[in-house]
Design a protein around this ligand. Structure first.
Ligand SMILES: [Zn+2]
Ligand SMILES: [Zn+2]
Length: 343
């Protein structure tokens, strides 16, 4: 098969690669669309690059069931499916509580095993047995279904943040994930303020329904948030980019009793400082969200299918596997909202 294969740091090549086979309990899916995520680019540039090279990245995968291993019932070749990308044990403390994304033995597509930037992808039994292969509702095209994975991460954050209708949610960073936070929080009935340093990103956010936009390069974000919230601060602050200095600054923007969610993965080895009196007396929830659960994933797919959350405008660029190197360049330079590879 043809695949975009990673051989090392910043070394990705479109080439022939062995076509996977489904063993007992496994499935092989013929990929129809794969989303390009910031995580893929971070990984390619060396942050968390797996040891088992060469490898194939891509964890936002939809396609057609191609081969079904023995021991699997309920799926036949040709069915359209979306894939929850995390393989988990299903038995540990976290899995038993539905918090599969925290599984002690987790690995997944594009981290540990080959992902979806290829014509075919093998799904290990650890994905299949937890219900991670979800049938795509009739009439939902692949290029919408493929957004269920990133959307599920937004829903996971929404769940953690316990957003109520009417809450003010401040999203710092209007990149691809920031816009997803915008959409899920609007769906939940929140008033959403978007902050970024780039006007072109804020323009996109405004078009997608942001109630207020702050260019934090031009304006003092603290003063602006105070002005927009009657000096109280936001109920929820989501830092969609994992820059420690930005996270530290975000702590000043939340109101008493509010929640700060560190969503964007910060680099290793950096610290922030937090005033424990502030945490205590203001009862601040300082938390984070990493990936999503299978339940979030199924909910995301259905919200898209039912038209409750519109995702079409999140896809700005479409590629083929042959143009994968171009896609990587555009993603590195942050030139697109979100790109997908179609097959
Ligand atoms: Zn992703
Ligand atoms: Zn587990």
């Amino acid at each position: 098969m043809k695949a975009a294969v990673v051989h090392g740091k910043n070394d990705i090549r479109v080439e022939e690669y062995p076509t996977p086979q489904a063993a007992a309990g496994e499935m092989v899916v013929k990929v129809k669309a794969s989303g390009i995520c910031a995580t893929d680019i971070k990984t390619l540039l060396g942050q968390g690059l797996p040891k088992n090279l060469p490898t194939i990245l891509g964890h936002e995968v939809v396609g057609e069931v191609f081969q079904v291993g023995t021991d699997i019932t309920g799926f036949i070749p040709g069915e359209r499916v979306a894939v929850y990308p995390i393989a988990v044990c299903g038995e540990c403390y976290y899995c038993k509580r539905g918090r599969h994304n925290l599984c002690d033995r987790e690995f997944g597509l594009g981290h540990g095993i080959d992902g979806g930037f290829a014509e075919y992808v093998r799904l290990p039994s650890q994905i299949v047995k937890i219900g991670g292969v979800v049938k795509i509702p009739v009439n939902l095209p692949y290029d919408r279904a493929v957004m269920s994975e990133p959307l599920s991460c937004g829903l996971a954050a929404l769940r953690t943040n316990r957003v109520q209708p009417g809450d003010v949610v401040l999203v710092i960073g209007a990149g691809p994930m920031g816009l997803i936070h915008l959409k899920v929080n609007k769906w939940a009935g929140a008033r959403v303020i978007m902050a970024d340093v780039l006007d072109r990103r804020l323009d996109v956010a405004a078009k997608m329904g942001a109630d207020d936009c702050i260019n934090s390069k031009d304006k003092d974000i603290g003063a602006e948030v105070a002005r927009l919230t009657d000096k109280a601060g936001a109920e929820v602050v989501i830092t969609s980019l994992g820059i420690p200095a930005v996270i530290e600054q975000s702590l000043k923007l939340v109101r008493k009793g509010g929640t700060v969610n560190i969503f964007g993965g910060p680099p290793a080895g950096q610290m922030i400082s937090v005033d424990p009196r502030w945490l205590h007396y203001y009862e601040i929830n300082l938390t984070g969200t990493f990936a999503a659960t299978p339940e979030d994933f199924r909910q995301a797919l259905y919200l898209i299918a039912e038209g409750k959350i519109i995702v079409d405008d999140l896809i700005s660029d479409r590629f083929t596997l042959d143009s994968m190197l171009d896609a990587v360049e555009r993603a590195k330079n942050q030139e697109m909202i979100r790109g997908i590879v179609e097959f």
